[in-house]
Design a protein around this ligand. Structure first.
Ligand code: WT7
Length: 673
């Protein structure tokens, strides 16, 4: 399954220096650990679990599952019966047992250079406990769902971990999504509370987040699902006199919109502040709620298989799927992949450029790094703001050692040449990573040669929202790299390639990428629809988890993921369903039919290519173009989705402005995004 010997031809190797300190220093060691992880998963993961805190021990089998629909219901259980709390393991354990109280958990770097904050493990724990007490006071209980719609600020991590501390289930909605998408997600997961912020800047663009949140809550009411409470963080706006500090704001309050206010706190420049409508029946002010609240909070001990969070991902039939992850397996898996794949060392400064609103941010900004007591950069801004060397400026400023981004961001920055990179020092860098889509060899070479100065291995990590963590990936000091290949499986993961008849192919081959057995971090169900979970991932080839990706295996046993084989498109590293785009187009009265396919795109990986048939008598002209651009909510959602994808990946400048929107409906019957 794993080649006996590492491949010799046309490969790149990790540096000797890295091998000296690495957790997995050689191919032989990787092979040995891998064999143990699949031959005896219980012992392998049992050893990992020893480093964590368990209130009670597990009963029964360590990893119990049925992966075969023909034998009954699909289930995966890891350490059932054991009780723990992830927040306790991420924070209390590091502060009290590991003596990391004064270690920096996050260097927060805002949208504007110069906006920065440092948060230690001790401070993070205090703030999480305080906010957990606030949630409890609002009546949030174990098992309740809480929707979080926030920019990339420390309070986003505080909000998510406060949920975790009291056993509530967070459902984070990326702050680039529309009101419609937020509403859909709140209703689907039946959230009892929404946490948001006044607004934020993305480059030069102000996003009035509270306005969008209000629009979403109105839509929820219209659908017969009123959400009683909305907690708003003042990230940008200064509260008008008399509002701040009062637990119950007056019924009618002045709206601070369009005021030019000098910001007291983080935003040093004079900039327009967001519009903050206030509904005293529903809205609560984050700061006011915290006043006088204790910063101690006993964690809620949860069962291993209690739900941890729901995160929505596009589905090929349109409606987003609420991917559900549970407590212990996800904790063990994200902690282990983070430690081994980025070869985490105590003095590292790690930076993942993703947004926490995506799985990459969940697993590799919050859970994996904090479980390891890591120091991370938490970046609010864009790679192109104020200019295209922002990323490298940040690498230099914080002496970043491990850096994780997406191929689309690399391709974008590559266009500006080497100078913006070389303006800053990158000698601190040790490991580079990519995620989201296959990386083309040209981008790989540039990343390796220019960004990493031929010194840093690149870990091309293949995984999905559903897999919880990396499943195919090189280990930086152990696995020889081939540009464009995610190489070999992580511990506990058993991949196979199937042909259309469901037969396993041996040796060099190409077909469907599937997994034969679970690893601790794999999703447990789709929230509210176990049937959809089974039919999406397990029905096509009974006995296997089907990724939906095509894959080639070469003569050395290396895996090359070739892209989606279902009706999904990968635009800038995130999935869009063709069905969803089509339904957005046909919503317009002028449109009779629409068909959407993917087309290779030099920066975004894939772009949308839309064929549109207009209704009889309708002429295509520039006005219709404009109308289609402004097309209702669903269209907005689509546009925002595209925008989001960009944001996670980094750049993004383009989608924040109207030029991309113009491109969208550039042609009479085809659309290039
Ligand atoms: C899909 C999952 C995992 C976090 C970001 C995306 C594609 C992801 C790679 C890679 C080739 C990749 C696949 C996968 N993908 N990483 N290294 N090489 N393809 O999460 O939105 O759940 O998308 O992204 O097509 O199925 P997601």
């Amino acid at each position: 399954m794993i080649p006996d010997k590492p491949p010799q031809d046309n490969v790149f190797h990790g540096s000797e220096e890295l091998k000296k300190e690495a957790h997995v220093p050689s191919f032989d060691k990787y092979r040995e650990l891998y064999m143990k992880s699949v031959d005896n998963p219980d012992e392998f993961w049992g050893d990992v679990a020893k480093d964590f805190f368990w209130k009670t021990k597990h009963t029964g089998q360590f990893l119990d599952y049925n992966f075969d629909v023909t034998k009954g219901e699909i289930y995966i259980k890891c350490m059932e019966g054991a009780s723990t709390n992830i927040c306790y393991n991420l924070l209390d354990r590091n502060v009290h047992e590991k003596k990391l109280a004064d270690k920096v958990a996050f260097f927060w770097e805002g949208n504007e250079p110069g906006d920065e904050l440092t948060v230690t493990y001790r401070e993070l724990l205090q703030r999480v406990c305080q906010f957990a007490n606030v949630l409890k006071a609002q009546g949030v209980k174990k098992g309740d769902r809480v929707s979080i719609y926030m920019p990339m600020v420390v309070e986003l991590v505080v909000a998510m971990l406060a949920c975790v501390r009291i056993g509530a289930v967070h459902s984070i909605v990326f702050a680039g999504f529309s009101a419609e998408s937020l509403c859909e997600r709140i209703v689907d997961s039946q959230c009892c509370l929404l946490i948001t912020a006044d607004g934020f800047y993305r480059g030069d663009k102000l996003i009035n987040l509270k306005l969008l949140a209000d629009e979403a809550l109105q839509k929820c009411r219209d659908k017969g699902f009123p959400v009683g409470r909305c907690i708003m963080l003042k990230h940008l706006s200064k509260e008008p006199e008399g509002i701040l500090g009062s637990q119950s704001p007056p019924a009618k309050r002045p709206c601070p919109d369009l005021q030019q206010e000098k910001q007291a706190g983080r935003v040093k420049k004079t900039r327009p502040v967001p519009k903050v409508p206030w509904n005293p029946e529903v809205d609560l002010c984050w700061d006011a709620l915290l006043r006088g609240v204790s910063d101690e909070c006993e964690p809620e001990w949860c069962d291993s298989e209690d739900p941890l969070f729901i995160l929505y991902t596009s589905g090929s039939t349109g409606k987003p799927k609420g991917v559900l992850h549970t407590v212990s397996g996800y904790m063990l898996y994200t902690a282990t992949t983070f430690k081994v794949v980025f070869d985490h060392q105590p003095d590292d400064v790690y930076w993942c450029t993703a947004d926490i609103g995506w799985i990459t941010g969940h697993s590799y900004i919050t859970y994996g790094p904090l479980a390891n007591g890591a120091t991370s950069v938490l970046f609010e801004g864009l790679p192109t703001h104020p200019d295209v060397s922002r990323m490298w400026e940040i690498v230099d400023k914080y002496n970043v050692t491990k850096f994780y981004t997406a191929p689309t961001a690399i391709r974008l920055l590559m266009k500006f040449g080497n100078e913006p990179v070389q303006r800053y020092k990158r000698s601190s860098l040790k490991v580079l990573g990519t995620v989201g889509e296959p990386i083309n060899p040209e981008a790989w070479q540039w990343y390796y040669n220019v960004v990493g100065e031929k010194r840093c291995p690149i870990v091309d990590t293949f995984w999905q929202t559903e897999t919880g963590g990396h499943v195919l990936t090189p280990l930086p000091a152990a696995t020889p790299m081939k540009p464009g290949s995610a190489t070999l499986p992580f511990f506990g993961v058993v991949p196979a390639i199937l042909n259309e008849s469901g037969e396993e192919l041996e040796g060099p081959s190409e077909g469907y990428l599937v997994f034969k057995q679970p690893w601790p971090g794999v999703m447990r169900t789709i929230y509210g629809s176990h049937e959809r979970f089974e039919s999406t991932y397990f029905k096509k080839f009974p006995g296997y988890y089907v990724t939906g990706d095509g894959c080639r295996r070469d003569k050395d046993g290396y895996f090359w993921v070739t892209g989606r084989i279902d009706d999904m498109l990968n635009v800038s590293g995130h999935l869009l369903s063709t069905a969803e785009v089509e339904s957005a187009l046909v919503e317009h009265e002028a449109v009779a039919e629409a068909a959407v396919v993917g087309r290779p795109h030099p920066v975004k990986g894939e772009s949308l290519y839309c064929f549109v048939t207009l209704n009889d008598g309708v002429m295509y002209n520039s006005e219709l173009e404009v109308e289609l651009k402004k097309q209702g909510k669903i269209m907005r959602r689509l546009l925002r989705k595209i925008a989001c994808d960009e944001r996670e990946l980094g750049d993004i400048s383009t989608l924040a402005d109207s030029t991309v929107v113009e491109q969208l409906f550039q042609n009479r019957c085809c659309t290039a995004v």
